[in-house]
Design a protein around this ligand. Structure first.
Ligand SMILES: Cc1ncc(COP(=O)(O)O)c(C=O)c1O
Length: 393
C-alpha cells in the first residue's frame, strides 16, 4: 500500500458524506460519471445475455463478438484497422490503465504523465515499480501538454508517454496540429511507447471532431496503444468494460496480467458492450450536445466569479478553474486558506458544494468540477460557488 499515494480527495468526500448525514444539502460535482441512464437497447442486451445463459467465463482477452465490435468501432469512428490479436478487453478503463503499467513497467522505468492527470495513472505507475515523470500542462496553453515540455522529460529510461484527450480533469483537447508536433518530436525517440487514453472521445465540443495521435501519425502505430471503454460514451460506468488496442506483443502481455487478476471480463457486460459499440450511436451525439450546453453554463458562470480563473473546456465533462487567488484569504470563522484542499473544504462546509482539489490530480492551485449533471443543479452549483468565494476575505 505504501506504493499507492492516498488521494486527498477522499477527505473531501468523507466530509461531504458527514454533512449529508447531518441533513445538509450537498451538490456533488466531484464524481466523473454521466448522470444519464444506460440506453435501453444496451440494458436489454445485458438482460438477454443472462437469459440465454451467457453467464460463464469468456475468452480471457474478451469474447470474439466484443473484439469484433471493438474492431468495427475503430474502423467506423477512428479510421483505424486492428486485428483480433491487437485488441484486449478489460474490466473497465481503470483496469486497462493498471494492467498496462503492470505488464510493461518495472523498477528503473519512467512514465511521462502530463499533469493534471486521472489519478489512477499515478497509482498504477507506482504500483508497477516505475517512476512517474510529471509534465505540467499550463493554463496559458489551455492545459494542452506541449511537445517541448514532453521532450524535456524524456530520458533513456522513458517507457511511455501518456496522452489523455479530451482530458480528465481539464477538458483540454489536443488538436491535430498539437498532436502533429508531439508526433514529430516522438519520432526522434523510437523506444518510447505512447498510451492514448481516448475514453472521452465522444464528448468533443469543436466542429472538427476527435483525432488521436495515430490519425496524424499512422507511422507510430507499432508503439501506440489506444485505451478506451464504454463508461463515458454510453453511461455504463457500473458495467465495467474497457479495452486496449495496439501492437500484439504488448496487448498479449496485458491480457496475461488481466488473466492473472480477473481471469476474464464479465460475460454479461461484454454482451451489452457489443450493442453499445455496434447499435445506434444517435444518443451519443445527442448527449454530447447536452454536455456542451452544460459546459457553457459552467464556463459562463465561473467566468463572472472574480476570484477564479477558467479555461474553456473543449471536451469531456470537467471544468478546472484556478483558485490561487483565494490562497491567503480568511473564512468567516477566521481560518486562513492555504491550499486548494482548503478551498475544496471551504466550498463544502460553507455551501455544500463537493469538488475535487487540483492537487489530487497533480496540479495545485485548481479545483475540478464535473458538469455531468442537470442544468438546474449546475446553476445552483455556480450560485453556491460564487457565494462561497465571496465569503473569503
Ligand atoms: C481519463 C480517464 N481514463 C480512464 C477512465 C476509466 O474509466 P472506467 O474505469 O470507468 O472505464 C477514466 C474515468 O474517470 C478517466 O477519466
Amino acid at each position: 500500500m505504501q506504493l499507492i499515494p492516498r488521494s486527498p480527495f477522499l477527505d473531501v468526500l468523507r466530509a461531504a458524506r458527514q454533512l449529508e448525514a447531518q441533513g445538509k444539502s450537498v451538490i456533488y460535482l466531484s464524481v466523473g460519471e454521466p448522470d444519464f441512464a444506460t440506453p435501453g437497447n444496451i440494458k436489454h442486451e445485458g438482460i438477454r445475455a443472462i437469459e440465454r445463459g451467457d453467464t460463464r467465463y469468456t475468452a480471457m482477452d474478451g469474447t470474439p463478438a466484443l473484439k469484433n465490435a471493438i474492431i468495427t468501432k475503430f474502423q467506423r469512428d477512428n479510421g483505424l484497422d486492428f486485428r483480433p490479436n491487437e485488441v484486449t478487453v478489460t474490466s473497465g478503463g481503470t483496469q486497462a490503465i493498471f494492467n498496462s503499467m503492470l505488464a510493461t513497467v518495472g523498477p528503473g522505468d519512467e512514465v511521462i504523465l502530463p499533469a493534471p492527470f486521472f489519478q489512477p495513472y499515478l497509482s498504477a505507475i507506482h504500483f508497477a515499480g516505475g517512476t512517474p515523470v510529471l509534465v505540467q500542462s499550463r493554463e496559458e496553453n489551455g492545459f494542452v501538454p506541449t511537445a517541448d515540455d514532453i521532450e524535456a522529460a524524456i530520458t533513456g529510461n522513458t517507457r511511455w508517454v501518456i496522452l489523455n484527450s479530451p482530458s480528465n480533469p481539464t477538458g483540454a483537447v489536443i488538436d491535430p496540429a498539437n498532436l502533429d508536433e508531439i508526433a514529430r518530436m516522438l519520432r526522434k525517440y523510437p523506444d518510447v511507447m505512447i498510451l492514448s487514453d481516448d475514453i472521452y472521445e465522444s464528448i468533443v465540443f469543436n466542429d472538427e471532431g476527435f483525432s488521436n495521435i495515430l490519425n496524424v501519425a499512422p507511422d507510430l502505430r507499432q508503439r501506440t496503444v489506444i485505451l478506451n471503454g464504454v463508461s463515458k460514451a454510453y453511461a455504463m460506468t457500473g458495467w465495467r468494460v474497457g479495452y486496449l488496442a495496439g501492437p500484439s506483443p504488448v496487448i498479449e502481455a496485458i491480457s496475461q496480467v488481466s488473466a492473472s487478476s480477473t481471469f476474464t471480463p464479465c460475460s454479461i457486460t461484454q454482451a451489452a458492450a457489443v450493442e453499445a459499440l455496434t447499435g445506434s450511436q444517435e444518443l451519443v451525439a445527442e448527449r454530447c450536445q447536452i454536455y456542451k450546453k452544460r459546459r457553457d453554463i459552467v464556463f459562463d458562470g465561473i467566468s463572472t466569479i472574480p476570484e477564479l480563473t477558467i479555461v474553456k473546456p473543449q471536451g469531456a465533462f470537467y471544468a478546472f478553474p484556478g483558485c490561487a487567488g483565494l490562497l491567503g484569504r480568511k473564512t468567516p470563522e477566521g481560518k486562513t486558506i492555504t491550499s486548494d484542499l482548503d478551498v475544496a473544504l471551504h466550498l463544502l462546509e460553507s455551501e455544500g458544494l463537493a469538488v475535487v482539489n487540483g492537487t489530487a490530480s497533480g496540479t495545485p492551485g485548481y479545483i475540478r468540477l464535473a458538469f455531468a449533471t442537470s442544468d438546474v443543479i449546475l446553476h445552483d452549483a455556480i450560485r453556491r460557488l460564487r457565494s462561497a468565494c465571496a465569503k473569503l476575505v
